[in-house]
Ligand binder design. Structure first.
Ligand code: NAP
Length: 232
């Protein structure tokens, strides 16, 4: 299967939360990290989020820096990377900032046709799977569109699904100097959680930044098996 190189980027609190129980958008990182994220966006061919993030935060997902946007244009690229939303039932509100030229909504065959038709006026639609976006199929579509580098900007459930099916190559976690807490607050990875074959990560770099640190991890693929745990 051909697929883009996939990087998950997220900012989390020191207790691993990416937002609060009320799903408020929280400033976890500072100015330096926000510029780094903008540069990572500018270096990517596409940026992807789940519908949960669209409904909670209404992100625009465009490159903020005019200089980075003009650099992209000089290189013959579109001003912004393709904005991709995993939205099985086409729930994206029509006034969402993510919509417009350069936006691709991945929906399923069970999405209400009237919702799909309404959204199709504002973005491209890719139908992937029956009831939940089939991420493998979506990756193939993105690859066919020439997407080589995909930056994933959350949230917790999309991160889980991508990791579960082994579609992630790198993970960048900014850890902010704050605590959020709350059983219901989204963590970096939610979903059912792994019960065996826990993905293993290799730390590539650790860099103090703002009031926290940026950790870059590479996902290991069978290179390092977990030690059997038989100590009691
Ligand atoms: P999410 O991961 O953004 O979106 C999850 C939704 O995506 C699912 O409920 C599902 O809804 C849809 N989806 C479609 N196909 C999927 C698939 N194959 N696997 C998983 N999901 C799929 O939402 P979330 O987990 O609720 O996280 C949102 C929270 O994360 C917000 O509070 C936001 O503020 C926070 N966030 C934080 C950061 C950070 O860096 N700090 C970044 C992003 C988001 P359908 O079934 O209806 O399609």
């Amino acid at each position: 299967m051909t697929r883009p190189n996939v990087i998950i980027n997220a900012a989390m609190s020191a207790d691993g939360k990416i937002s609060s129980s009320q799903r408020q958008q929280i400033r976890i990182s500072g100015r330096e990290d926000r510029s780094r994220v903008d540069a990572l966006r500018a270096e990517s061919d596409a940026v992807m989020v789940g519908i949960g993030t669209i409904l909670a935060d209404d992100p625009g997902l465009r490159v903020k820096s005019p200089a980075l946007r003009s650099e992209r244009i000089k290189k013959g690229k579109p001003e912004n990377p393709l904005r991709v939303v995993a939205d099985s039932q086409a729930r994206t509100p029509p006034q969402s900032r993510v919509l417009g030229e350069g936006c691709l909504l991945a929906v399923t065959r069970s999405a209400p046709p009237s919702r799909v038709a309404e959204l199709e006026e504002q973005c491209q639609i890719a139908v992937c799977g029956e009831s939940r976006v089939d991420l493998l199929q979506l990756m193939e579509i993105l690859s066919e569109m020439g997407i080589e580098r995909l930056m994933v900007e959350g949230g917790a459930n999309l991160n889980w699904s991508l990791l579960q099916v082994g579609l992630v190559d790198e993970l960048y976690t900014y850890i902010g100097g704050m605590l959020i807490g709350g059983e219901k607050a989204p963590s970096l990875v939610n979903g059912d959680g792994f019960s065996m074959d826990f993905p293993r990560l290799k730390l590539i770099s650790l860099q103090p930044m703002d009031a926290g640190a940026l950790l870059r991890w590479r996902i290991l693929r069978g290179e390092l098996r977990p030690e059997p745990c038989n100590e009691l």
